[in-house]
Design a protein around this ligand. Sequence first.
Ligand SMILES: Cc1cc2nc3c(=O)[nH]c(=O)nc-3n(C[C@H](O)[C@H](O)[C@H](O)COP(=O)(O)O)c2cc1C
Length: 194
Amino acid sequence: MSRILAFSGSSRADSFNTRLVAIAAAGAADAGAEVTRINLGDFPMPLMNEDLEASEGMPAAAREFKQLMIGHDGFLIASPEYNSAFSPLLKNALDWASRSEAKDEPPLQGFRGKVATLMAASPGALGGLRGLVFLRMMLGNLGVIVLPDQLAVREAWKAFNEDGSLVDENQQQAVRDLGAQTVKRVQQLSGSST
Ligand SMILES: Cc1cc2nc3c(=O)[nH]c(=O)nc-3n(C[C@H](O)[C@H](O)[C@H](O)COP(=O)(O)O)c2cc1C
């Protein structure tokens, strides 16, 4: 069974991005994947600092997040856009997860060959689309297969219903499809489906 890790780049209580990725996660689960949803706020880690890393090693929460990445085949990620880039919470978590802890540890185990689908939501007119450019580039450089389809929800303050679904039914289906497509691609890559 395909294993999908779903998370947003926001730990804000009413995060639009957390709501958005939950929709894609449901689409992935309905497509047959085993989906793990996490909140990066539950993995408190210091800002990456190589002196700290040298003296104290990888923080426990960073190791836990890294192991989750290693243990899953694909990622669904929704990130806020902060000043045209993706969020520092997400960048920091990915930076820690990119580090090897032992000389004989294969590099970038949590990244290479994994499949990712990106999305964003923002109160603004572009929906956080600009931040995804950087996120796509970074993940691609780390060996992740970032799927071409992505989606940005603009004017997010009016885009969601009380129950967390999107007001626009076509958009709701498109986000669910992103989850399902990610599963399909993981299955294709693993040879378990065509
Ligand atoms: C430091 C900072 C910078 C921001 N810059 C942008 C931006 O460049 N583009 C944008 O659309 N929204 C920007 N916003 C607004 C966020 O999109 C908004 O706070 C959004 O709700 C954050 O995502 P979340 O709801 O998932 O927490 C910014 C917010 C903060 C705190």
